[in-house]
Design a binder for this molecule. Structure first.
Ligand code: MN
Length: 289
């Protein structure tokens, strides 16, 4: 099942061909109202398995809207954590070490020497929102990444049980200001975490370790790889992250980018594709002073 958030917080069911959307917002009446203090748990992700039947039934009686007529937002809005994996593909480590514009004179090692980092949840947007470049005279790069969205809470989850805690997958863009500063600062600017175009429930992706991913800029191919080349695969990332943090439904793990990263400019259009998920088109907006 593919689920999106669109327009002004409408919930949508995506057709099998990805070309249309049914408004199933009515099921959100079954979710608890926001209480104080706000929970760490995304109520939709927590209850998605039990709501599936109702969502599908609503879809059967809904009128379907062509996908190009809606504005696709991020399928998760405010997770307790947006966790990201640094340098998790060997060929990306090699390109980073060959480019002073990326490594700033330091030798880049691999994920097992860095651990994970957090991006600000407030940087999350959907493809329709696009990326707004910050008013800095700095290089800003695209990084396309497979995104895992947690469906079931857990702490110290062993890799053998890790995939049972992933509720859905999506496509992520981990936008990055290059420079010597901490990743959590350089990657947390407003609009720097694009997630979309929808989430795909985990049952449709039994093996997240064998998905083609690609990114084009204005139609020319920049990134093309397979998640089979991940150094820490999705089960290991869930194990690794949950050794530190409790993972809550709705928490997002950006799994790292393959080789081919490069700078973007205002007016560019990115197309991000991941097999079994789909394609998201993301405009890059010039900086506002
Ligand atoms: Mn990244």
């Amino acid at each position: 099942m593919k689920i999106c958030r669109f327009d002004d917080d409408r919930l949508g069911l995506i057709s099998a061909d990805g070309k249309s959307v049914a408004d199933v917002t009515a099921i959100t009446a079954d979710l608890p109202a926001i209480a104080w203090p706000r929970s760490n748990i995304d109520p939709l992700m927590a209850r998605l398995p039990e709501l599936r039947g109702k969502i599908e039934a609503l879809g059967r009686s809904a009128s379907w809207i062509p996908i190009e007529r809606v504005a696709l937002r991020s399928p998760v809005s405010s997770p307790s954590k947006l966790i990201a994996a640094p340098v998790n593909y060997r060929a990306h480590i090699d390109e980073a070490n060959a480019d002073k514009g990326i490594n700033f004179g330091k030798t880049i090692k691999s994920i097992d020497e860095y651990g994970l980092f957090l991006k600000a949840s407030s940087s999350i947007v959907g493809p329709a929102d696009g990326v707004r470049l910050p008013p800095l005279d700095r290089r800003v790069d695209h990084e396309v990444e497979l995104v895992a969205i947690i469906g079931k809470e857990g702490f110290r989850i062993p890799r053998e049980r890790a995939l049972a805690h992933v509720g859905a997958y999506s496509i992520g863009l981990d936008m990055t200001v290059r420079g010597p500063e901490d990743r959590s600062w350089r990657k947390s600017f407003e609009t720097f975490a694009v997630i979309g175009p929808w989430l795909v429930t985990a049952d449709e992706i039994p093996d997240p370790g064998n998905l083609e991913l690609r990114l084009t800029v204005n139609g020319s191919l920049r990134q093309s790889a397979s998640t089979s080349a991940l150094i820490f695969d999705v089960p290991r990332l869930v194990e690794y992250a949950s050794a530190t943090y409790t993972l809550y439904p709705g928490d997002v793990i950006m799994t790292g980018t393959p080789e081919g990263v490069g700078p973007v400019a205002g007016g560019d259009v990115l197309e991000c594709f991941i097999e079994r998920i789909g394609t998201m088109r993301v405009p890059i907006h010039a900086a506002k002073q």
